[in-house]
Design a protein around this ligand. Sequence first.
Ligand SMILES: Cc1cc2nc3c(=O)[nH]c(=O)nc-3n(C[C@H](O)[C@H](O)[C@H](O)COP(=O)(O)OP(=O)(O)OC[C@H]3O[C@@H](n4cnc5c(N)ncnc54)[C@H](O)[C@@H]3O)c2cc1C
Ligand code: FES
Length: 280
Amino acid sequence: MSAPFGRRLCEVAENRASDGYRVFSLRDPEGPEPLPGQFYMLAAARRWDERGGRPFLPRAISVAETAPAAAGVRLDFLVEGVGPGTDRLCALEPGEDVWVTGPLGNAFAEPRRANPGAAGAILVGGGIGIAPLALLRRRFAERGVPLRLLLGFRNREHSGGLELFCGAGGDLCPEVRLASEDGHRGHRGYVTDLLAQMLAGDDARSAVVYSCGPPAMLEAVRTLCAGRGVPCELAMESPMACGFGACFGCAVPKPDGGYLRLCIDGPVVRGEEVAEVAHA
Ligand SMILES: Cc1cc2nc3c(=O)[nH]c(=O)nc-3n(C[C@H](O)[C@H](O)[C@H](O)COP(=O)(O)OP(=O)(O)OC[C@H]3O[C@@H](n4cnc5c(N)ncnc54)[C@H](O)[C@@H]3O)c2cc1C
Ligand code: FES
């Protein structure tokens, strides 16, 4: 689905706290409905250059949910304030305008496209990286794809957005399992501990794993899946200045030499397409 040419102004409909994160919604009267894994380049129309001229460039943010609106679509974003751009997005007020470019990038593939013999999907999200998995979960559930979801957080301050994975009654979807490093929710430890247990079961071998989260977590997912011969798709991040292939700021190395530009060749890549998910 291609994005309208150029950037456009969209109005903020809502902005609410979600534990340590924020969820804000935009009314996008022109935009096409985005696909799970796609992202937008966002910049507040006012007060975007408060901290010594920063952030200056728009910031890449994944779409977490979408719904048809009276005109166009509503777009929901899950954001953690980690610097001048995301802090300003967290502070948006209803009625304010945001410059929007997108939807950009590719999308997660259906399990059968990633693996013709696939029987289901395992979604693995960490921290703010759970955002694109909310829309992916809903799309797979609507298509009857059997799924399991593993979501992990560092601690209470760095968590949020779980309501995006709720069933009709407000409870978490039954297929969700949680992990937290400080033990405040679910398994005490890494979400990849849960994935390792799951991949040890024979039925998991016919699944496709879909993941988004911090680089160290993505690298653990990639190596676990490679070790079990399970295909995986990773939604990756890298610094993005333009979002449409012009600046090469988002390049990551391929295993056989050369580079992928994550904004147009990704952000979703197959595990075997990257040499390694670089992390500190
Ligand atoms: C495709 C894509 C989707 C994204 N989706 C979301 C989302 O849904 N919600 C959300 O909150 N954030 C998301 N991000 C991350 C967000 O765009 C960046 O963290 C952004 O740089 C934050 O801008 P800032 O001005 O707040 O902080 P900055 O000043 O840009 O950075 C703050 C800190 O993060 C580090 N940093 C910034 N960008 C990166 C990077 N790409 N890789 C490693 N370290 C980095 C900096 O070194 C610094 O320590 C996404 C990024 C990409 C590429
Ligand atoms: S962000 Fe400019 S080429 Fe990818």
